[in-house]
Design a protein around this ligand. Structure first.
Ligand code: NAP
Length: 486
């Protein structure tokens, strides 16, 4: 057995999961890793999204690394800039920044002669292990609306917010009522000259007041770190068992309760029957990615805010024209129209053994072994890969579990026990077949359109409770892998 002290790893992406992976490598005493980051700062989605009203809709105590509690969160669900500064701070204090090559986009990665050759504009470099930490919702999805490019005023995607604009004197058109559109509405509604919300499909909104932490509670959390742990576990239990974690994947009282609370929220918040009718979805709560918000319905009813449920026909220089022929004159058009949820590690070109590309391997849709590894792609580990339990969960704990799983194999390679590992086709197919069989229990297949659904109409999500994902990742099955030794 030969120790391989020089094991080097490439991590693609310096967002939440890339920083997490780097911290895990450091904890294992591995300092020979490089993080490739195309932007000039860490943070991923929290760096890119800066729209007004951006907050996390998962309680911050649980949306933190378990190894780095933060007593300073200002609210139950903290604003985006605070979350961005948390990840930035972790990268700095853990000494991760010197490992990051900012402004360096990875365009390809090829597995050749037992190593991953990572291609950037600087050329190719070899690594023993490749970690794809490229996030899930990264590539903006622009709507296919006739005449969109002819709009005379500023128009941009929600994740590319133009902060040079002064908003109060503007008439803003907002296309999209997903989690993003709802947060923008809650922030801008009533605070600008006019807000027209173009709604294609109504959303169920789960009432979630965003309480502020007092100075006393922050001081107590800083003084007694055990309180952070207790609070982390409390929110974990609430999310994973008492609410969405279970409700989404099996018929249970939590599902009925969530559904009832969404209905009551709408009924009690919107008195005007016509507006309520427009805002009432014709599908089950949680079928689409569940929206959690405190002030959405209130904002929709503020002066100057109009909900347009008529379909968009086209866009003209002056504004949006709906199917009934009405021209909605606008100064600014915001596209809160979501992201390409099928991209995963792409557009990076990944070529595994035998010259097979990930695009080819995923011709029928992205799939993986336990969400982290792909047959034919040895020593490639993905964080937030296909079928990760990402619907209304804290993605931070998922990244930690996946990074721990990758570390199990990384340690074996570093210690010289093995040279490479990739899951077998058989194990991967069995795993995906068992997920497929479990899908009918989930709420995501009950008759709505959502970004969860793949090419085959089935959700690309983990169909069991989050604890099961954790258990699967904490008990690696070496027999499910093609393992090579020196
Ligand atoms: P989204 O959930 O995909 O919603 C996109 C919205 O745009 C939908 O309302 C969609 O209508 C509408 N739309 C798309 N194309 C359209 C068209 N051609 N004409 C009219 N409407 C159109 O996107 P998102 O709101 O950006 O959220 C994406 C995900 O990001 C969320 O699901 C969540 O996972 C994450 N997110 C998280 C937070 C957080 O706090 N943690 C906050 C924001 C976002 P249809 O419903 O009819 O398709």
């Amino acid at each position: 057995m030969v120790q391989k002290p020089e094991l080097n790893a490439a991590i693609v992406g310096a967002g939440m999961s890339g920083i997490c992976m780097a911290a895990k490598l450091q904890d294992a005493g591995i300092d020979t890793f490089t993080i490739f980051e195309s932007a000039d700062e860490v943070g991923g989605t929290w760096r890119d999204n800066t729209y007004p009203g951006l907050t996390c809709d998962v309680p911050s105590r649980f949306y933190s690394y378990s190894f780095r509690p933060n007593s300073e969160w200002s609210r139950l669900m903290s604003p985006g800039p605070e979350i961005q500064s948390y990840f930035s701070q972790v990268a700095t204090e853990r000494g991760i920044r010197p490992h990051i090559r900012f402004g360096t986009e990875v365009t390809s990665a090829r597995y050749r002669d037992g190593q991953w050759w990572v291609g950037t504009s600087d050329g190719e470099e070899a690594f023993d292990v490749l970690i794809a930490a490229t996030g899930v919702l990264r590539i903006p999805r622009y709507p296919d609306i006739q005449g969109l490019e002819t709009f005379a005023g500023p128009s941009f995607h929600s994740s590319r917010w133009d902060h040079s604009l002064s908003l109060p004197d503007k008439r803003i058109g907002l296309i999209g009522t997903g989690s993003t559109g709802v947060q923008i509405t809650a922030e801008l509604g009533g605070n600008i000259k006019g807000l027209k919300i173009f709604q294609r499909t109504p959303q169920w909104v789960f009432p979630t007041p965003n309480l502020r932490y007092s100075r006393v509670s922050k001081a107590a959390l800083a003084r007694w770190p055990v309180l952070n742990k207790v609070s982390y576990r409390f929110w974990q239990t609430y999310i994973e068992h008492a609410s969405l974690g279970r409700a989404a994947v099996e018929p249970c009282w939590q599902r009925r309760m969530m559904s009832a609370l969404c209905r009551w929220n709408l009924r009690l918040s919107v008195r005007d029957p016509e507006l309520r009718r427009k805002l009432t979805p014709d599908y089950h709560a949680m079928c689409k990615r569940q929206v959690l918000a405190g002030h959405y319905y209130q904002a929709v009813q503020k002066p100057g805010v109009h909900l347009v449920s008529e379909a968009i026909d086209h866009v003209e220089p002056a504004g949006v024209v709906t199917a009934d022929g009405t021209l909605h004159e606008l100064d600014v058009l915001v596209l809160a129209t979501g992201f390409d949820a099928r991209a995963y590690v792409r557009p990076m070109e990944i070529i595994g053994e035998n010259g097979v590309s990930l695009n080819e391997a995923w011709a029928d849709g992205p799939h993986a072994y336990r969400s982290v590894a792909v047959p034919g792609f040895p020593n490639l580990f993905m964080l937030m890969g296909p079928h990760s339990p990402i619907g209304n969960q804290s993605l931070v704990i998922i990244a930690e579990n996946q990074a721990d799983y990758a570390m199990w194999w990384v340690n074996k390679i570093r210690d010289g026990h093995i040279v490479s590992a990739a899951p077998t086709e058989l194990a991967t197919n069995d795993y995906n077949a068992s997920m497929k069989a479990a899908m009918p229990q989930t709420i995501w297949v009950t008759g709505c359109k959502s970004w969860y659904l793949g090419k085959d109409g089935l959700p690309e999500l983990f169909p069991w409770i989050p604890r099961r994902h954790r258990e699967l990742l904490s008990t690696p099955q070496p027999d499910d892998f093609d393992v090579r030794t020196a």
